[in-house]
Design a protein around this ligand. Sequence first.
Ligand code: PNS
Length: 161
Amino acid sequence: MRIAVYPGSFDPMTNGHLDIIKRAAKTFDKVYVAILTNSAKKPCFSLEQRIDWLTRATADLGNVEIDSFSGLLVNYANQIGASIIIKGLRAVSDFEYEFQMALTNRALSPNIETMFLMTNGKYSYLSSSIVKEIAKLGGSLSGLVPDFMIEEVKNEIKKNQ
Ligand code: PNS
């Protein structure tokens, strides 16, 4: 069984993330979407909220599980039996950091392979930071996050302002 882990902050999940999750779900037997809980970046949305959005967005994908982890990604991957780390690449600017992380993870755990999925072109500019910025400034989130999330993201941002 090919088990993959797709790690990230998902603060919040975007349609770019969802596109990668759907494609990974077609390629691997099981995909764990894993939210890092001890990030140096302070998240804008609670862990429960981020889990809820990911769970609802992936409800129709039977082989996707939402989880959270702390500490080293490779330790978590080994714990759940994942042999593949999935990363999405948007642009050359993502490459250097991802390259460094992939090599670090290989040095830490050579049995785990990092695989990159190129983003869908229409999401190449999209990031969680962009979504937060647009929501703060009152712009439209249509097409950037799933429709069911739009009002909830705006309301959460308002609460936190
Ligand atoms: O969505 P993000 O914030 O870009 O995701 C970053 C993430 C969670 C993939 C990365 O920070 C990570 O893997 N953290 C776990 C700590 C770790 O394993 N570090 C060593 C590899 S660099």
